[in-house]
Design a protein around this ligand. Sequence first.
Ligand SMILES: [Ca+2]
Ligand SMILES: [Ca+2]
Ligand SMILES: [Ca+2]
Ligand SMILES: [Ca+2]
Length: 448
Amino acid sequence: MLFRKQVMYGAAATLTTLFGSVALSERPGEAPRSRGRGTIRFENRQTQSKVNFILNNGTTDDKPIIDSTLGGVALFDFDNDGYLDIFFTNGARIPGLVKENESFYNRLYRNNHDGTFTDVSQHAGLKGEGYSMGVAAADFDNDGWTDLYVTGVNRNVLYHNNGDGTFTDITERAGVSGRDANGKKRWSVGAAWVDYDNDGYLDLFVVNYLDWSPENSKVCGKEGKRLSCSPALYHGLPNYLFRNNHDGTFTDASAETGIAGQIGKGMSAAVADYNDDGFIDIFVANDNERNFLFRNANGRTFTEVGVEATVGYNQDGLPVSSMGVDFRDLNNDGKIDVVVSAIGDSAELLYNTTKNDNHWILIDAIGVKSNRDGIGTRIKITGESGLVQYNHVTTAGSFASSSDKRVHFGLGADKRIKEIELRWPSGTVQVLRNVKADQLLKITESDK
Ligand SMILES: [Ca+2]
Ligand SMILES: [Ca+2]
Ligand SMILES: [Ca+2]
Ligand SMILES: [Ca+2]
């Protein structure tokens, strides 16, 4: 497990890899930590790519706290042409929290297969509403097309992918607007798709942050030199868990599952079956407070075990300011490309230009009895050298962002893989033997 320790009121960018996920954050103007270090090299091809997105947080002289926590990126193949497309979230005018002009629109860029991208946000119907924060991509209705959930301060939106290049906002019908029982919208930052009850349909976990509104916004620092206030000045919020009803609607299961009982200051979530009982668990990175680890009890309820599992605090027993989170074993040495969104600046498209002879494999798990995205599938690979690696399918992880669901393994010198074992959420165990490296391997869940 890896999570960042960074004070949240330093504005953060978001890194999401084209082939998996990393948990890194940078302040605007700083070079990404991994760039140029050691043997790994990245080259920013933003100009050539025609991805001209600039993250506009709409900040004002009072520096309201919402201005530093946005900037989600999703890498997903919205048109199923085999090439990853890029979606960015964006801010809005403060205090109105309305996307008044196109500088605030969320953006979808279609991959043209030649290193360039085309802005298709308008046609796709994804320009968005309100002050957006994060994004989570997955195929929640198992129709083969990846859908999007966009979180925000005053709007959360679920977009159904129509399969023809357009999306439809189905938030209200689906029942996932993020408003509480009193109709008050909670400020959501992260979200994660997870099939917590193993019924073959993805459920939605929404990470809520602070009880902020334009009316209760605090100001800090001297007039003319305002600073973003500490999150300690605001109350936290409980998170949401929405259970998929298989008909395009969701039931708010936050109370019955025990999720609603924990108040935090959540920024992002990651999912993994950490105790290997076949039910996926949920880790929430809280800012300035102890983190949560929700242990799944048989797909019905969750127990918060962050402290006993020793992830609640840092090694000094203090809460850490956790922003991004990743549950994976990151070692996720092949060529990994990265997209970065930075407040007030152009996005960066960092292509990995490292020269080496390492081998790799990219696995696309397609569920049949399990959810179609295969989210939650545990993959164990044994290389010809005997090297064993584990990973699992997820799109959650990294700050407010959504990664490619395909699972990448670096194989070092191994040109062949002795064995690939998949343990699907349905319980099915599937084994492939003697597989060659350096390929995208689609594996469909077997029916036995
Ligand atoms: Ca595509
Ligand atoms: Ca879908
Ligand atoms: Ca489910
Ligand atoms: Ca578990």
